[in-house]
Design a protein around this ligand. Sequence first.
Ligand code: C2E
Ligand code: MG
Ligand code: MG
Length: 701
Amino acid sequence: MSEDKHPMKQILIADDDPGIRQVMRAALQKDGFEVIDVADGIAAVEAFVENDPCLVMLDVEMPGQSGFEACEQIRQSAGGAHVPIVIATGREDLSAVNHAYEAGATDFIAKPINWPIFCHRVKYVLRSSTHFQRMQMSEEKNAALLTAIPDTMIILSDDGEILNFLPGFCEHPLPAPTEGKTSVFEYLPRPIAEKWIHMARSAGRTTEPLEREFALPAEYDTVAHYVARFVPYLEGQSLVIVTEFTERKRAEERIHRLAYFDGLTGLPNRQHFIQHLDGMITNSKQSDGRFAILYVDLDNFKRINDNLGHSYGDGVLKSIADRLGQCIRKQHVAEDGEPFGIARLGGDEFAAAIDDVDDDDILVNVADRIREKLRQPVKYRGHEFVVTPSVGIAVYPDDGDNVEDLLKHADVAMYQAKSSGRDAVRFYRGTMSLKSLQRLNIETMLRKAVENDGLELHYQPKFGLDSGHVVGVEALIRWRDEDGKFIPPAQFIPIAEETGLITPIGDWVIHEACRQVRTWQKGLGADIEVAVNISSQQFYHCDLKKTVMQALFEASIRPNLLQLELTESLLMKDVREVVDTLRALKDAGVSLAIDDFGTGYSSLSYLKRFPLDALKIDRSFVKDLSENNDDAAICAAIIAMSHSLGLHVIAEGIETGEQLKYLCDQGCEMGQGFLLAKPMPAAEFEQLMTERAGLSKRQPA
Ligand code: C2E
Ligand code: MG
Ligand code: MG
C-alpha cells in the first residue's frame, strides 16, 4: 500500500484566507503531506472528527468560530486530546500566544508566516508529539504485520477497482494486476470477478467476514486453490485477503478419494454409492420419479483369481470396470463434478444407478448392453477369458423405498439370475423374492455356522454285499438351523459352492473325517475307511492335495483309509489341472470314487483317463430296479462295465430286500442304503460296530 496516501500524514488547515490555505497546501504537499483545508472553525472541528489528521493548523480569526474555540473543541473530541495543534497568531501578539496556550494548542506560529521554515516547523512539532509517535509506531507495526502475512491483500472498491495490491508469498501467489489494468474484471475471470464485487458490496452490510473459495482456470497457469475473505475497509471499499490452501485442498481430496473410491478401479465405492442413492431417493420423492439399481456380479470370477493369482484378477477387474463405464451413461454428475454411474461394491460385485426410468425396457437395454460388452473376451497378459455377468435389478419405489431394501432386493434378483444358470438378468418383483430371500438367509446363517463350529458329520456305513460286513463309511455333512432342524445338504451345498463357503466347509469335512478315523482306530481297534464328498469347486478354489495331505498327517492315518467321492461333472471338465491333482492324490495312496454315477454324461471313455478305484451307482437307478426293466439293465451294465475296467462298484440308496438281492445277483460288491443303515452320528456308529463285534464273537458267521 502506498505510504503517501496514509491518513497519518494528513494535515488539517483551517484559515479563512484562501491565499494562505493555498500556499500552505502547496508547501505541505511538496513535503509529502496530504492536506485537508477548511475556511472556518466549525468546519475545522468537523473535518478533524471525520479525518483524524496527524496535525491541525488553526488561524485565530475566522468567521463563526475562532481558532481558540476550535482548538478547545478538538481537544475535547474523540482522538483530539493528543493531536498536535498549531495556532497561527499575529506577530508580537502575546495575549494571543497566551490564549492559544490556554486553549490547549501545542505550539504557535507567527503571522506573516516565514514560508521557508514553515514545513520544518511542522515536522519539528510532529516529531515531538507523542500522538504522532504513537501513530508512527503503529504504522510501522502494521507494515511489519502486513509483510509477515503470506496472504495477498487487495483493496477493492465497490465498483471493482483494485485500489491497492500487496502481493503474498505463498507457494502460488496471485499474480499482481498488470500495469494499467486495475479493474477486477480485467484481473480475474468474469464469473469470479462478479462474485467478488457482490461479496465486496455485501461485506459492508455485515459484521461477519465473507468468504469465497476459488481456483483460477488453466490459462492462469496455476492449479492453486484460494479462499478470499472480504472485510469492510473505508467507505465503499473492502479489504480482500486472499489465502492459498492448495495443500489442504489436495489433502482433503486425497482423504475423500480414500474414503469414497475404490483403489483398484477408481470407481465410487459402496459407501459413496449408498450416499448417492440416498440423494436419488430424495430427488425422486420430490419429482415422483423412478430409478433403478443394477447389481452386477461376475460369474465364476473367483476361478480367475484362484487359478492365475490376484494381480491377474485385479487386471481383469479393471478392464471390466472400464467396460461397465462404457455401458452406463454418466448422467449423474455429482456437485463436485465427479461423474457417477457405476460403483464397485466389493470383490467382483458392481452396481449401477439408472435415473429417470419411465419403463423397464430401458433397464433391459442397459442390462443387455452390459452382458454384450462383457461377453467380449478379455485379453490380459497373454490369456483370454470370457467373463459373464449376472444382473439383478430393483426399482425405486416399486421394490423398496429405502437404500437398504433396494440394495438387498437387487442382490436377491442377482441371485435369481445366477441360479437360472448365470449370464442372465432378473428383475426383483415382490412375488419372486421369498425363495431368494430364504437363500440369502441360508447364506448368512451358513457363514455363521462355519465361523462357530456349527457343522457336524454323520456317517453312513457301506457294507460288503457278500459278507454283510461294514467295509467303510461315507461322511455326510449335517447342519442344524436355529431351531435344531436339519437343513439338507442338497439345499446348502450349492449355496456354499456359489459363495465360496465350500472352501472352508470342504476343508473342515476332510480334517474332521480323518480325525474321526483316528478316534475309531483307538476306540474300536479297527481301521474304518472313510469316504468324503468333494465338490468340484474345491478343485478350483483350494489346494485340495495340500488339504488332504495335511489332514492325513495331523490325524496320523494311512492315506488308503481315505476315499474321495468326486462328481461326474468334475471329470467331464477334463482340465489338465484336475487330472494332475487326481494323479498326485492317487500316487499319495488316497482312493478315488465317482459318486452318483449315471446322472451325468456317464461317458465310459473318461473312466479310463482318470486314476479311479470305485464307482457308485446313483440312487435313482437302484430305486426303481424292481419296477423298471431299463433301470435294472442299466445297473447290471454299470456293474459289468466297472468290473471289466477293474473298478469296485457300490450301489447307493438300497431300500428294499428285492433291490439288495438283484444287486447281489449281478455281482455288486458293496452297498449303502436305509435298508442296511442310515447315516448316523459317530458315537452311534461306534456303538453299532461294538454290538456287531459282540454278535460276531457269539455267532461266528
Ligand atoms: P451323496 O454323496 O450321493 O450321498 C448320499 C445321499 O443319499 C445322502 O444324502 C444319504 O443320506 C442319502 N441316502 C443314503 N441311503 C439312502 C436311501 O436308502 N434312501 C434315500 N432316499 N436316501 C439315501 P444327504 O446326506 O442328504 O446328502 C446329499 C448329498 O449332499 C450327497 O449325496 C452329497 O452329494 C452332498 N454332500 C453331503 N455331504 C457333503 C460334504 O461333506 N461335502 C460335499 N461337497 N457334499 C456333500
Ligand atoms: Mg457321496
Ligand atoms: Mg451319491
